[in-house]
Write a protein that binds this ligand. Structure first.
Ligand code: SAM
Length: 367
């Protein structure tokens, strides 16, 4: 008996998204009408945990394109001989479906997308709303050219612009919806200024403390934006929002017993809470045979690393691990809220994370 799996098809992929409750009937028809393969070039990479692997051969290409995985389409901003970091991709279809659902578009609404990438999301929006209502901006001119070609070949003609999506689209005026398909470290206030009151902005936020999360912001009459976090999301960052994973670590290590298994920190609810309490602290993790290892750093040179079943090591000024443990116990005290209970408010003075209600802003424990 053969154990070979048949190559998945695009209808299989759409069916799987629908089975997971990610598509309304309307969005399902839109996805069905826009095959992902039309927007994926021949040369692509699969994103692995620690590197990008070239995809070789039609079977492998089709298997990746019709799977719920991101398809990497550019490395190192297109420069040859780089470290092999993904800088453009066709995003994971379930994430695309989630974000388009959160955007809550209605007939007749004008949308701006930041990060045209391969043009797939722009095509889905054109199919849903009509070409005239869709605007998409891409920073990389080569990526933008390929997207324009793919869109035209598929019969879509949205408004396309090569430029920095962090700035409002010149002369466009207010739109109803804005979707960023690259991750933001913070929501620039300039972006809010192009969305009308009552409009919606959906974006992945790259949080310093461990994880990224989607945010769905509703524009208020006074120009501020308020809304909930909507689950985890890992996206490549907007180019000007790139930052190293960790700060430089200074000083000799000091060991102590861990009061907390580091694996407990890897929870989106806690990460949102800790990110607000300990601004500027970066935390990343790696799986180990015993569990996980985490590293936390701050720009003041303070750092800590902890691995399951081992002592904690702290470096530089202060006691970063103690601070993190303290915030963990606070998080227990407030009921270990899950990620959906947190939200974000963005004003011209910056952004603040809140818990359960916009008035319950989480104040930093360190300044
Ligand atoms: C994950 S890809 C977008 C996927 C795309 N929506 C699609 O359907 O294929 C992210 C894109 O954002 C672009 N990008 C990064 N910074 C940007 C900026 N400041 N303005 C516009 N695009 C940007 C990258 O060049 C990259 O192509």
């Amino acid at each position: 008996m053969s154990t070979a799996h048949p190559t998945p098809t695009y209808p299989d992929l759409v069916q799987a998204l629908a089975d997971r409750g990610l598509l309304t009937a309307r969005w399902r028809r839109v996805f069905e009408a826009v095959p992902r393969s039309r927007f994926v070039p021949a040369r692509v990479w699969r994103q692995l945990a620690d590197r990008c692997e070239p995809v070789v051969g039609t079977e492998q290409w089709l298997a990746l394109v019709n799977s719920d995985e991101p398809v990497v389409t550019q490395l190192d901003d297109g420069a040859g001989g780089g470290p092999g970091v993904a800088t453009s991709s066709n995003s994971m279809p379930s994430m695309v479906a989630r974000m388009l659902g959160l955007l809550q578009v209605e007939d007749g609404q004008r949308v701006v997308e930041i990060g045209t990438g391969t043009g797939y999301v722009a095509a889905l929006l054109c199919e849903r709303l009509g070409d005239d209502l869709v605007h998409s901006v891409e920073l990389d001119p080569v990526v933008a050219r390929q997207a324009a070609d793919a869109l035209a070949q598929a019969g879509y003609r949205p408004y396309l612009r090569v430029g920095d999506g962090e700035q409002p689209w010149p002369g466009l005026g207010l739109v109803d919806r804005l979707i960023a398909t690259c991750a933001l470290r913070h929501v620039p206030y300039a972006l809010l200024r192009q969305v009308r009151p009552g409009g919606v902005l959906v974006a992945p936020l790259a949080r310093e403390f461990w994880s990224g999360a989607l945010v769905q912001l509703h524009l208020q009459d006074d120009g501020t934006a308020i809304g909930p976090f909507r689950g985890g999301a890992t996206y490549m960052p907007m180019r000007s929002h790139r930052a190293p994973d960790l700060h430089e670590v200074r000083g000799k290590g000091r060991a102590r017993a861990a009061g907390l298994d580091p694996g407990r920190l890897l929870d989106l609810g806690f990460a949102l809470y800790a990110g607000a309490r300990l601004p500027g602290v970066r935390l990343i993790h790696q799986n180990t045979p015993e569990g996980v290892q985490v590293w936390a750093t701050h720009e003041d040179g303070g750092a800590a690393t902890a691995a399951t079943g081992e002592e904690v090591w702290q470096y530089g000024p202060g006691f970063l691990w103690e601070e993190i443990e303290q915030v963990w116990w606070e998080y227990e005290t407030v009921g270990r809220p899950d990620a959906e209970q947190f939200g974000l408010t963005v004003t011209d003075r910056g952004q603040q994370v809140w818990l359960r209600d916009p008035s319950a802003v989480i104040r930093p424990a360190r300044v």
